[in-house]
Design a binder for this molecule. Structure first.
Ligand SMILES: Cc1ncc(COP(=O)(O)O)c(C=O)c1O
Length: 390
């Protein structure tokens, strides 16, 4: 189905921070498959873990015990706020699981009428029917009605507006700590902390969608750690498998108390191959100094961008985000500029939100990659001509 706006670049090989097209052209990959290739391309530890596990055991059913799944889940629990994990194959499935977990919590408490999640404008939670119902964007919803009831929409970062929507049907909030598709828009600390406080006061659940912002991208394992906010449930995916299709819903034991035998499942969820990939990524991310280096590289990249912006202020308007999840705001359409960087400067980026260029490099970049990216952006800005109606 022709649902993707595919461009002419057809990558056939990747190595570290670089991709190579069918025609041999080299690209500096500061898109990472939209925040997925956390370790870049062909990381030896990830490749070996997948190859070894593929040769040993790829798939069994969740009818049987899973030493691989238990081990990986325990490590995620040890490294996070969570007590329990459900493995999925994608981000949307992780969000679906989070929504179901939140509803079942209130059901288990004898309050099944508390089924509504308050979500936020310009958010993105995936493309299943449940997750487009949670996503208040017409371009993703049109023609798919009737959608799932049970969502109310507030403005992102408008705490008062969100609190005003709470009623006897509210189950909790579903929110990205840093909106990705929405244009790298970080929640303000007051907003996220205010939602947490409201949850505590009203017996609601704070459900975070960390599919894009989580898993080391901000320099913390999960982005909520930047805010000093402890969630009840999170959805993770993308970077968690480093390119292998993997997602996870993490929750406290209390929040997950309704998810008992028979309430959820997935044929492939938690298969041994995915678990091996996930553990290999986690080994690298939790190794000494790795996350600190993400923070450091994020600061260097941001500083280099901020230094570049005044030289091209007809095009660049500012930078925002955390760690290696940065958004470069343009004065005109970002899609055209992203295409220009790709086609004429061998630099891969992702457009988002209103005139924002997402900069999402592998977490393994060093200073030479930062310098190369900023050189390419400057070179692009020198020759790029926005069209009048951009
Ligand atoms: C914040 C967020 N949630 C959910 C999703 C959906 O993930 P997937 O495409 O793996 O289903 C995405 C994907 O971009 C995302 O950025």
């Amino acid at each position: 189905m022709p649902v993707y706006p595919r461009c002419g670049v057809r990558p056939v090989r990747g190595e570290g921070v670089y991709l190579y097209g069918e025609d041999g052209a080299q690209y500096l990959d500061f898109a990472s498959g939209i925040a997925v290739n956390a370790l870049g391309h062909g990381h030896p530890k990830l490749v070996k873990a997948i190859a070894d596990q593929a040769a040993t055991l790829m798939h069994v059913s969740n009818l049987y015990g899973s030493p691989q799944g238990e081990h990986f889940a325990q490590r995620l629990v040890d490294a996070s706020f969570a007590d329990t994990v459900f493995f999925t194959n994608s981000g949307a499935e992780a969000v679906e699981c989070a929504i179901k977990t939140a509803r079942r919590y209130h059901y288990a408490n004898g309050q099944p009428e508390r089924h509504d999640l308050i979500t936020f404008d310009t958010a993105f939670h995936g493309r299943t029917l449940g997750t487009i119902s949670a996503t208040n964007q017409a371009k993703m919803r049109d023609g798919f009605e009737p959608l799932l009831p049970g969502f109310k929409y507030a403005q992102f970062n408008d705490l008062e507006g969100a609190l005003a929507l709470i009623d006897e049907h509210t189950a909790g909030f579903l929110v990205e700590p840093i909106q990705g598709e929405g244009g790298i828009r970080p929640a303000t600390p007051e907003f996220l902390q205010g939602l947490r406080k409201a949850c505590d006061e009203h017996g609601l659940l704070l459900v975070l969608d960390e599919v894009q912002a989580g898993y080391g991208r901000t320099g913390k394992l999960f982005a909520h750690e930047l805010y000093g906010v402890v969630p009840d449930i999170i959805a993770a995916a993308k970077g968690i498998g480093g390119g292998f299709p993997l997602g996870a819903c993490l929750a406290t034991a209390e929040a997950a108390k309704g998810m008992v035998f028979g309430t959820h499942g997935s044929t492939y969820g938690g298969n041994p191959l995915a678990m091996a990939a996930g553990e290999a990524v986690l080994d690298v991310i939790l190794a000494d100094g790795f996350l600190d280096n993400v923070t450091r590289m994020g600061e260097r990249l941001r500083a280099a961008l901020e230094q570049m912006i005044p030289n091209h202020d007809q095009l660049f308007a500012g930078v925002r985000g955390h760690g290696l999840m940065l958004g470069l705001k343009l004065t005109s359409d970002s899609r055209r500029f992203v295409a220009h960087c790709r086609d004429h400067h061998g630099l891969l980026l992702v457009a988002a939100g209103e005139n924002v260029v997402r900069i999402l490099p592998p977490l393994t970049i060093d200073e030479t990659h930062i310098a190369e990216c900023v050189e390419k952006l400057s070179a692009a800005a020198r020759v790029y001509v926005p069209v009048a109606d951009d």
